[in-house]
Design a protein around this ligand. Structure first.
Ligand SMILES: Cc1cc2nc3c(=O)[nH]c(=O)nc-3n(C[C@H](O)[C@H](O)[C@H](O)COP(=O)(O)OP(=O)(O)OC[C@H]3O[C@@H](n4cnc5c(N)ncnc54)[C@H](O)[C@@H]3O)c2cc1C
Length: 413
């Protein structure tokens, strides 16, 4: 069986869903979104949903602002996506680090202000104990959404366009003639098309490898925890809490914590096993059987929060969701055409900020696909071909990423 579409988007996470919607709304012709599983069942299901300026790069600020407006519009349309503009509060239990945070306040956003412990206790309605911290930095522009609700709202928007979404239809191969894309093969037949956007998250390299293409991205396992209802106030700002284990290098894993339906939604970037378990390894089809060792590490750190945020240290019933964000050597995404194959585009390398940046990247890539350039911001920094063939393994990408992180931290402190 063969049918056809003008553009095929592969992957129904935040990247693929917003890409398909932008293409449809920009009049890109017939658009098909193919998802192997259900929409928002991959990494996007696990996202913590913080929206803020995560990087010092101007082009990312443009997509961040775009994303914030995009989510505000969805919520204003009557979809509850859990959008809350409660700001983000950066806390550190160590006095020395507070100084560092305030010295670098520019990096957290122009409106960030340093707060003393008493002001923080008031802002968090006593959930953060003033005596357990030295102060913090509050960024009032930060917001939060709940990713499964975002997925539901985008699915509803997509389903207004019959025939676009095909769930449970895995793409098994990309079809080319010469150096041109001509279609995709799926488990239930071929679709002919003029353009393909690969937005398959951590599975993207698996799809592209048969064409000899390696995107310089590397999968990093990350986990989100949600507690039982603790009757917490919905006004709680999103918190980034570091220094809980002073005897560990860098004060232990940084934790992020936010309100969710009276409960805490939290996690952190553990660098212990299984963080790298999928690097240079075939991706599993689903992410629900990932080992829990990283979660144990997060719980170990949270148990030490009793001096700064007792409610986080409290034992409670939890649910856990894992995701696999993909990092790039220079923290910048891969958004644009693949040089070697006409009609092939990628939207990848989310650097764990895909919920924030996804709608903006989708807008930029739609503009590029239809007009060659975007009026939102230049996409030069996200050119997927910018590394040439410098990276051939995910291990090398991670090494470069960590090196870049070290040099960035050194220059900004
Ligand atoms: C714990 C955690 C916390 C996070 N916190 C934040 C945050 O606070 N703020 C933020 O901005 N970002 C955050 N992120 C990052 C964000 O969730 C990701 O950047 C984003 O979800 C990546 O989306 P994606 O569409 O690229 O990937 P996915 O959501 O994984 O989508 C890819 C899709 O492609 C499908 N697919 C794969 N292969 C095929 C195939 N062959 N055929 C068809 N379909 C296929 C998959 O089934 C999947 O649904 C967090 C992530 C995690 C895990």
């Amino acid at each position: 069986m063969s049918d056809n579409s003008d553009v095929v988007v592969i992957g129904g996470g935040i990247f693929g869903c917003t890409m398909a919607l932008h293409l449809i709304e920009a009049g890109a012709g017939s658009v098909r979104l193919l998802e192997r599983d259900g929409l928002f069942q991959g990494t996007s299901a696990a996202g913590a949903g913080f929206l803020a300026s995560w990087t010092p790069f101007e082009s990312e600020h443009a997509v961040t602002r775009y994303g914030m407006d995009y989510y505000a519009e969805i919520q204003a349309e009557g979809n509850d996506i859990g959008l809350r503009s409660n700001g983000i509060l950066w806390l550190d239990t160590r006095a020395s680090s507070l100084q560092e945070i305030s010295d670098n306040r520019g990096q957290y956003g122009e409106s960030a202000t340093v707060l003393d412990p008493a002001a923080i206790e008031v802002l968090t309605q006593g959930l953060v104990t003033g005596s357990g911290i030295h102060g913090g930095l509050f960024e009032p522009g930060g917001a939060q959404v709940f990713s499964p609700k975002v997925g539901a709202a985008l699915a509803e928007r997509l389903h207004r366009h019959p025939g676009v979404v095909e769930s449970r239809r895995p793409v098994t191969a990309l079809r080319t003639r010469g150096n041109r894309i001509v279609g995709v093969e799926t488990t239930t037949g071929t679709i002919d098309c003029d353009a393909v956007v690969v937005a398959a998250g951590a599975w993207s390299n698996g799809l592209l490898s048969s064409l000899g293409i390696f995107l310089p991205t590397a999968p990093q396992i990350t986990s989100r925890i949600i507690t039982e209802n603790l009757d917490l106030p919905s006004t709680l700002p999103a918190l980034f809490l570091s220094g809980l284990i002073p005897e560990d290098p860098d004060g232990g894993t940084l934790l992020w914590v936010r309100w969710h339906d009276g409960a805490l939604l939290w996690g952190g970037t553990y660098d212990t096993y299984p963080r790298n378990a999928l690097v240079d390894t075939p991706m599993p089809e689903r992410l629900d059987e990932i080992p829990y060792d990283g979660v144990r590490e997060l719980l170990r750190v949270a148990a030490r929060a009793d001096i700064a945020m007792p409610v986080l240290a409290r034992q409670s019933s939890i649910t856990v969701k894992h995701g696999v964000p993909c990092y790039t050597p220079d923290w910048r995404a891969l958004v644009g055409p693949v040089a070697t194959i006409d009609g092939l585009y990628v939207l990848a390398g989310d650097n764990e900020a895909g919920l924030t940046h996804g709608p903006g990247y989708a807008k930029v890539l739609t503009d590029i696909l239809l007009h060659g350039t975007s009026d939102l911001t230049s996409a030069d920094d996200w050119n997927p071909n910018r590394f040439g063939d410098r990276y051939t393994t995910e291990t090398a990408v991670i090494e470069a990423y960590l090196e870049y992180q070290k040099s960035y931290t050194a220059t900004s402190s």
